[in-house]
Design a protein around this ligand. Sequence first.
Ligand code: ADP
Length: 459
Amino acid sequence: MGFTFIVFILLWLFQILFMERFYTISKISDVEAAASLIIESYENDTPVDFSENLGKIAMENDLCIEIVDRYGRSKYTKEYSVDCIIHDKPNSTYAYQLEIEKNGNYPIWRKLQNAHKNYFMVLHGCALGNTDNPDGYLFINTALVPVGSTVKIIKRQLMTVTFLLLIMAFFISLFVSRKIARPIDNITLAAESLAKGNFNTKFDGRGYLEVKQLADALTYAEKELSRVDRLQRDLIANVSHDLRTPLTMLKAYAEMIRDLSGDNPVKRNEHLEIIISETDRLSLMVNDILDLSKLESGKQKLTPSEFEISSKMNEIIDRFKGISEKMGYEIQFTADEECLVFCDSIKIEQAIYNLINNAINYTGEDKKVFVRQINTPSGVLIEVEDTGDGIEPDKMKLIFDKYYRSENHKREVVGTGLGLSIVKAVLKLHNYDYGVRSKVGVGSVFWFKISARDCKLHK
Ligand code: ADP
């Protein structure tokens, strides 16, 4: 409606207030154009053609034209405008001719009241030919017909147009608010409810395309938020469950030492060993959580160094020697030629460790794990294969997610559902490709590739 008012005020100003001025200006410019056409024709055309042109110009523009010689005698005269100053009485232009001569033949413009009618005339006079010694003088007269009645009509029209525009503006605003603002209002309300933790909020995308897209985006965000929320809750449940077991053990064995085995060095040492290994499990879990939160906070920077990948892999596999021997796991490592790589050794070591740890966790009855280092033109490929149950295709994407753990996992080693998220965070930080191939009932191969730009073949 504000816009309608602005349009209305502009129309009012131009059509009503400035109408008279615009009209006069346009008339003057018509006369100016006619004068220059006449002068051009006077200089170039034969007297017959000139007279004909003069008539045409006078008729087309509603002008009265008079051309006099330097003594004031009329040479050509055309009368198209009624009651003009020129043809009002004989020799009426002579006084103006004298005025032009007195002014050094400089053109004159006059706005004069018509003697008989109650409106104004514009009179223009100028010298013809050489201004120092003119052949004669040209006078043009045009009537400024009063615009009052026209203005009155326009005024009435404007009122009607304004009224109609205001009604239209009202209905358009109503329509726009219904169609555009209301769906956005609804979505805002729904988003507020989502912010309060209501993950069942419905985002209504009716209205138009953009609102539908917004609603879809918010529905997607809601789904993701609710997933993260669920996973986070699962993590707390998992972590507290995993923490409770070692804590109960710690308490039980500490009490046993206090009450029973305190004086028996063999038993006491045995119990102390259990306490130490349970404490190790606890710190492993806490470290996992801390590592991931550090990696994901974005504050963790890489500190790359040069090291030999095969030796590093052997070192990592050696760390599993205890569990391999104790529980009968067999880790087979096959490596291509030794290769110098340039990356963050501590973080890559952790990623490889986590992959092998998972492979041991999830491998099949044969308790075999295969680790491979394959040198390819695009980099060094590291693969960790197990013979376990494999991963269903729809779970493959999820397993790298934070806190995700399959429900039917059987574990020999403690896990928090963070191992693969740490692997993913480390490899993403390095910008290395990674992934998993798996066949249900056959096993899985987790792999990543140290890209060629970070590899140097050993000499
Ligand atoms: P965790 O092993 O502590 O549960 P991870 O992040 O290491 O957590 O792994 C997430 C999930 O991915 C596991 O719960 C398991 O379901 C699946 N997974 C990981 N490694 C393997 C594997 N080698 N074979 C089958 N499933 C695996």
